[in-house]
Design a binder for this molecule. Structure first.
Ligand SMILES: Cc1cc2nc3c(=O)[nH]c(=O)nc-3n(C[C@H](O)[C@H](O)[C@H](O)COP(=O)(O)O)c2cc1C
Length: 206
């Protein structure tokens, strides 16, 4: 039985356009994976703290060297890592906010990048330890960026996931959502069509 982890990062939680696109995909995924298990992590409803020196110290300290407060910090990071490690497939709702990631997602990334746990350094460079996963990303933007040098979000997210070993990553974009109503509806309809075709081979096999 497969497990899918859905990470919503819109400030509007389940009502965000990125979350709605992710939901549409998850509905199809459930049809293709009867008995599959879906876990939803909503970073707006349940944000993780920003990293600071004490928290980073907790992440890199040996268990016996952590203060009581740092034990809780490391446990929070460990739980987030266990959750994503246990997932076969990951769905990420990814809005563009002020040309970058939702800050909640950056804080989450800071919790799951752990040397010796999710990646390790070798003589020939870093190796990601979170391999064998498929990641689907539903990226929503008010303007138009995809495929241009102004889209700094896509390469950043790809690089981060690859660093942890997740290289099988598929993006679906809905852009121009703030241009006008007809541009928004057209972009959403195109994203829906893309989403509905993402799992066609799996649906035919189910
Ligand atoms: C705080 C904030 C900042 C935004 N910054 C940008 C931006 O830099 N570029 C852009 O194209 N759209 C921007 N937008 C528009 C969002 O990308 C767009 O509304 C998208 O649908 C948000 O996804 P969501 O509905 O899942 O939250 C911004 C929206 C908000 C709320």
């Amino acid at each position: 039985m497969k497990t899918l982890l859905q990470i919503n990062t819109s400030i509007f939680s389940a009502g965000g356009q990125s979350s709605l696109l992710a939901d549409r995909f998850v509905t199809t995924w459930r049809a293709a994976n009867p008995g599959g298990h879906v876990i939803v992590r909503d970073l707006a409803r349940d944000p993780v703290p920003h990293i600071d020196a004490e928290r980073f110290g907790a992440f890199i300290a040996k268990p016996g060297e952590r203060t009581p407060a740092q034990q809780g910090m490391a446990a929070q990071s460990d739980a987030l890592i266990d959750e994503i490690r246990d997932a076969d497939e990951i769905v990420l709702g990814l809005p563009l906010y002020n040309f970058g990631l939702p800050s909640t997602l950056k804080a989450y990334f800071d919790h799951i990048a752990r040397a010796g746990v999710t990646f390790r350094y070798t003589d020939t460079g870093p190796i990601g330890l979170m391999t064998g996963k498929k990641v689907y990303i539903f990226a929503t933007r008010g303007g138009l960026y995809a495929g241009t040098p102004r889209d700094t979000q896509t390469p950043y997210v790809r690089d981060f996931l690859a660093f942890l070993g997740m290289r099988d990553v598929e993006f679906v974009y809905a852009e121009g959502l703030a241009i006008n109503e007809s541009a928004k509806q057209k972009a959403l309809a195109e994203a829906h069509t893309s989403i509905d075709h993402l799992l066609t081979p799996e649906l035919e096999a189910a």
